[in-house]
Design a protein around this ligand. Sequence first.
Ligand SMILES: Nc1ncnc2c1ncn2[C@@H]1O[C@H](COP(=O)(O)OP(=O)(O)O)[C@@H](O)[C@H]1O
Ligand SMILES: [Mg+2]
Length: 612
Amino acid sequence: MAARKKKKKAGARTQARRKTPRQGAKKAKTQRKTSRATASRKKAPARKKAARKRAPAKKAPARKRKVKGLTAQDMARTQREISVAEFFAKNRHLLGYDNPSKALLTAVREAVDNALDACEEGGILPDITVAIVHVKAGTGTRGGTQDEAAKGARKRGGPAGTADRYRVTVQDNGPGIVKAQVTKIFGKLLYGSKFHRLRMSRGQQGIGISAAALYGQLTTGKPIRVTTRAKKRGPARRLDIVIDTQKNNPKVLREGETDDLPRGTGTRIELELEGRYTKGPRGVFEYLHQTALANPHAQITFTPPETGAEAHVFARVVAELPDQPREIQPHPYGVELGTLIKMLGATGSRRVTSFLQAEFTRVSAKVAAAMVEEAEINGAKTPKRVTRDEAERLYTAMNAVRVMAPPTDCLAPIGEEALEEGMRKEVEAEFYTTVTRSPSVYRGNPFQVEVALAFGSPLPADKAARLYRFANRVPLLYQQGACAMARAASSISWRSYDLQQPRGGLPVGPLAILVHIASVWVPFTSESKEAVAAYDEIHKEVRLALQECGRRLGLFVRKRKRLAEAERKTDYITTYLPPIAEALQDLLQLSDGQTARVAKVLGSTLRKSRSS
Ligand SMILES: Nc1ncnc2c1ncn2[C@@H]1O[C@H](COP(=O)(O)OP(=O)(O)O)[C@@H](O)[C@H]1O
Ligand SMILES: [Mg+2]
């Protein structure tokens, strides 16, 4: 129906264009104007003109048909609102759905991130199950970039670019979702509880799970199925939801009650989508493995799509929830002029000074007074009456006056101990060290950096170190090159810690590096949340944390080298002990028993001298 409508419109437009030359004098005037304007342009290719003169035998090329430009009125007919759902349906790569394997990962990630967020907000230790079922082999060439398609096809021996169909199920024991919200959460893009607040959480844009539902709908035509129980007792609600992309609104296809959900509160989402299940460093398994590493308080059970595959349990190793991060108000140093003007218009405060105190963190009466004085504004003025010029002065003053750094109990880092537990559980090595830096601030937003290093066998000694990147406990698997964390890791001089390092790269050796940034607002480089923007403050903090861990690693590496060297020497000298004993036997006429004793004493003296 929509398509038909569009056709009609397009038809109308071409008709309108054909009619224009026959329009009245007014139009003719403008036409003359345009032809005069274009005349000078036509003169420009003088050489061509000369060539035409020299070759009169050739028939002059037909004059270019004058194409009449559209008028503002013509254009107005085609100008209309673009629904955010339509926009993202066309630009799926912006949300992480640019190829089949990434699409599958992104969908799982959005659901698991939400499950973890919901459990933590509800004060519940997360118990999450993820299952991926292969529904049918793909036949089309949809979804992938050429490279991806070729690679996948080669591996599976199938036709180029095929994406298979999978059913993804993610279930949590979180607080559930109330009836009135379910449809909007899953059937409306940019709808969520996290965007309008400054609180550390995995999701922030409100475009996570609804985008996964949209992608599933686009590639399979099927709705997302949500089963949720928000009260401990009673039946669960089950809904099949699709998104009306033109309106960016949910449409419920089926709704009912069911008992098919474990007891207590919780949510299960099921969706079908086209994707590709890969096992590599960017696959779902790796994502869950890393999620377990950074969330040792979560229990995650995963059933992969391979036939006959058993469920894999990423066990909980820390029985306590992380501290609940507090929500904070914006810091004066982080606000932008436009936002300030909006806030001035929307506030319930009666005076500018009380507005500043009420809406920003760390602004006391004294600080507010200093700000208005600096801005040369009457502090008693009603915020709504503040003019644009005054707002600009206030904005400058807010950045000029000294304000205490924002409070940092809004951040919940993993913590050095839990991070080491997580690392030990998931990465086998000989040496572990972790650092949690104290909080810092970029553009008024508090953030905190943590680093963990795992070193030694069985990690491969001849390869570049493996880098694990996390933002608010979520593993980032794509776009490493564009990420502030990777750049900082490559900028460190690892040679000072006795590791090899190619120029400008990560060190080579049996090393795994983990970097975590926790913030009330992680500055991702795009909506698909794959890389962190390189703010100077973030770069510096990551470097400092890496250097601290690196120094400890350097001590360990050097000590290990020293021990290995001593061992080697001891072994070497030991080989000479029997000949020395024999020589002594000859010289001193010792009995065999005495010789054996001498050899023993020599051996133990050597060991003692080496170990001291
Ligand atoms: N499993 C869940 N349990 C409870 N609430 C959920 C769950 N999944 C999503 N939500 C709610 O739906 C909102 C929208 O989710 P989403 O589209 O992923 O955006 P975001 O996570 O960025 O806010 C969340 O903010 C949260 O309030
Ligand atoms: Mg989310």
